[in-house]
Design a protein around this ligand. Structure first.
Ligand code: 3H9
Length: 721
């Protein structure tokens, strides 16, 4: 877990050896403690260098250990022995020094970083704080403002920035370990006291209170209801106002509170869930580690609407040449200008040059004959998409992969009109596609494992969080969205207001409630879909009871809002009113209140007081309930996949872990009982009917599982033994 060598006859080289990221697991802490003892007691050793194997210094504490009781030596005393020793210790940072790894480096007397290394304290993203002295040492080294920013955001910084801030003593383009060995020899004999960060005084700015207050306001606005950033600010205040030992005590107390919180469990679950989602698996047995992706060098995107433009940008900025196709000259020209503008802005922001030479714009599908992969992003119309796929089948060389960016149509129906159904898959991007991280890779029954592997790997290359899902209407994300939206509008019928529902969801942690979000997205899109599926409009059978469609409850209020030309922010009116079209400041609209009152009295609905608890339970438990159905249908492989889709595609609050994790935190017995209660009250809403077997099976698995808690909770959702 750590290798000890004597090099250059007088330097002890301690190499952390815990792949893949040299995390500070119990055996590693043991090994560091033993190696340091050996180095300090060996008279031949005059200096020490600590590095990590495989070009990675250290990824921090072993997060998997957080779920169980602490075993092995605690980290802080191990690190204190490094600082207190009378021989210079140099950290040789290659790859990354994160969290506890960065803190380990801060206990060393000197730090050398390889120029490509990244450093940071990402603990806040795991719902905790840097509790091995990070909150007390970094402010002493670089001052309050810079330390506060790094600790409260968890941002990784480059070696160059670390040098500028005074975190590292030298940056090298060479091997950091070699450089550190030379450096260590030169440090022998120099006084160590000034190099011990614990002895430094924190430079305290005169406006400390104002600075901390501003930081508090900022995190409350950015991450409302999230505890860890606020605790980080308190700890940094301690670094500025208390002696080191007292500050360390405060850091440890704050950590204890955070460590046992549901938020920390949820955020750590999210960390692993995101990585688990990359390990896709298909019912055929094909999976991430037995299917080889193809390399994609060239691609085509058909349709330069909002989605198509974002997809072109996402491909071009990772070095893939793209042919963009439109059907009319004017649309093509407009698309070209938009794409170039987006790429230029993106490149400027990232400080690189825009890859415009990779782009080609055309009106002819004939130009696509040699590309490796096509992503169709035309209008959401099955007949149109089928025509495009038939044409692509004729034009593209036999090996070209054909993907569709549909948000819910049948991928297999499209595969069926081609000459290569095994090379067809869905790549469902989220809007705006160059910003949103989520990609649903839709596996049709005939998609080959190579096709799925290629789509997943291309998604990763584009910086997306890709999740493999099955081919059903709406796939996973949009399939779950429908019952969620339905509940929100049913609650309106029963007596709630858009403001009340939004506030309950925002207090829960969503950045925007369902109605504010719908106003932002545009209400006309859903209206068109409802008209096309015969739920509203002239095609509805007049014999249908007024609030019923296809045998189940239907709320026509969203249609009535659209009939008034209220399409959301873009028209200046939707569920809310806005000062002008395009404005974002939502204000309650008495006209909506009138509409609701008139509607209720027309149908004889007696409005009732609806509690926030009911809003949360009905909107969110129904999400998890549909998630269970999706797992049963085999449309998602694991609850983690569903949660990742909701975290990255639907802004589910990360500190709640995702709808499946949240349900398991509430307790599946309780969720089951509440769903049964609501279903009894609303028997015409099938989505409220729980799949009792899934809950009881999952509950049993949870009770019997010996694995760490986050994993057990995740497993329990799927009812796996
Ligand atoms: C901490 O340090 C607390 C201290 O302040 C105080 C203590 C008292 N532990 O991401 P990847 C696994 S809190 C355990 O795909 P990449 C990961 O699950 C910690 N496992 O690779 C995956 O496993 P698998 C603060 C970890 O190259 C594999 O390694 N540190 C840890 O894209 C590869 O990971 C952090 O928050 C860990 N610390 O990115 C850093 N890290 O193959 C968290 C990774 O089974 N880590 N794994 O799926 C990261 O941000 C990225 O993993 C990293 C590498 C940038 C390091």
């Amino acid at each position: 877990m750590a290798r000890y060598e004597l090099v250059k006859r007088s330097v002890a080289l301690i190499t952390l050896t815990n792949p893949p990221v040299n995390a500070l697991s119990s055996p590693v802490r043991h090994a560091i403690a033993n190696s340091m003892e050996r180095a300090l007691s060996d008279p031949k050793v005059r200096a020490v260098v600590i590095c990590g194997e495989n070009g990675r210094f250290c990824g921090g504490a072993d997060i998997r250990e957080f779920a169980g009781p602490l075993r092995g030596p605690p980290l802080i005393p191990v690190l204190e022995a490094i600082e207190a020793g009378d021989k210079p210790v140099v950290a040789a940072i290659e790859g990354m020094a994160l969290g506890g790894g960065f803190e380990l480096a801060l206990f060393c007397h000197y730090r050398i970083a390889q120029s490509k290394a990244r450093l940071g304290l990402p603990e806040v993203t795991l719902g905790i704080l840097p509790a091995a002295g990070g909150t007390q040492r970094l402010p002493r080294l670089i001052g309050i403002p810079a330390a506060l920013e790094m600790i409260t955001t968890g941002r990784h910084i480059s070696a160059q920035e670390a040098l500028k801030l005074g975190i590292v003593d030298q940056v090298t383009d060479q091997n950091a370990c070699e450089t550190a060995l030379e450096f260590a020899l030169k440090a022998v004999g120099k006084p160590l006291s000034p190099r011990r960060v614990s002895t430094l005084t924190t430079p305290c700015p005169p406006d400390l209170d104002a600075l901390l207050e501003a930081a508090t306001m900022q995190v409350k606005k950015k991450t409302p209801g999230v505890m860890a950033p606020l605790a980080c600010i308190q700890a940094v205040r301690a670094a500025a106002t208390m002696p080191y030992s007292k500050g360390m005590k405060q850091e440890s107390e704050l950590m204890a509170t955070l460590f046992n919180s549901g938020q920390a469990r949820a955020l750590q679950y999210c960390f692993f869930a995101q990585r688990t989602a990359g390990k896709w698996t298909l019912p055929s047995g094909a999976q991430w580690n037995n299917s080889k992706p193809r390399e994609i060098r060239s691609a085509a995107v058909i349709g330069l609407g909002t989605m198509g433009r974002g997809i072109v940008v996402s491909l071009a900025r990772v070095g893939i040449s793209v042919i963009a196709v439109e059907s009319e000259k004017k649309l093509l020209e407009n698309g070209r200008q938009m794409v170039i503008g987006m790429l230029e802005r993106d490149a400027k922001r990232r400080g690189v040059s825009a890859s415009l030479n990779l782009l080609k714009f055309t009106l002819s599908l004939q130009d696509l004959k040699d590309v490796d992969l096509v992503i169709e992003a035309v209008f959401e119309d099955m007949a149109l998409k089928k025509r495009v796929f038939q044409e692509l089948s004729k034009v593209c060389r036999p090996g070209t992969l054909l993907c569709t960016n549909t948000s819910g149509l049948d991928v297999d129906a499209l595969a069926g009109v081609t000459d290569r159904p095994h090379l067809v898959a869905g790549m469902h991007f989220f809007s705006p596609a160059h910003v949103m991280k989520l990609l649903e890779v839709v596996c049709g029954p005939r998609s080959s494992s190579e096709t799925i592997a290629t789509a997943m790997s291309l998604g990763k290359k584009m910086g997306k969080v890709s999740v493999a899902v099955g081919n059903c209407p709406g796939f996973v994300g949009n399939r779950m969205l429908k019952p969620y939206l339905d509940q929100a509008t049913f609650l309106l019928e029963e007596g709630a207001t858009p403001e009340q529902i939004d506030k309950a969801l925002e207090d829960f942690g969503f950045a925007m409630g369902v109605f504010r979000m719908s106003d932002l997205a545009g209400l006309d899109v859903g209206w068109r879909v409802r008209k096309e599926s015969g739920l509203t409009g002239p095609d509805v059978d007049p014999k249908n009871p007024p609030r019923k469609r296809q045998g189940r409850r239907y709320c026509p209020i969203p249609d009535m809002v659209c009939e008034q030309g209220r399409f959301g922010q873009k028209t200046g009116r939707g569920w809310y009113k806005y000062d002008k079209p395009g404005d974002t400041n939502a204000k309650p609209d008495p006209l909506i209140q009138n509409l609701l009152e008139t509607y209720r009295s027309r149908y004889g609905i007696q409005p009732r007081n609806i509690s926030d608890q009911e809003i949360i339970e009905r909107c969110l438990f129904v999400l998890a309930n549909e998630g269970f159905r999706i797992l049963e249908d085999g449309m998602a492989a694991r609850p983690e996949d569903i949660d990742v889709i909701y975290l990255f595609g639907y802004a589910f609050p990360r500190h709640r872990g995702g709808p499946m994790f949240y349900a398991s935190m509430v307790g599946l017995e309780r969720v089951l009982e509440r769903l049964e209660h609501y279903h009894q009250a609303h028997p015409d809403v099938p989505h409220l009917e729980p799949i009792t077997m899934a809950y009881t099976g999952a509950q049993k698995a949870l009770k019997s599982d010996k694995l760490d808690e986050a994993q057990a909770l995740a497993k329990s959702c799927a009812g796996r033994p």
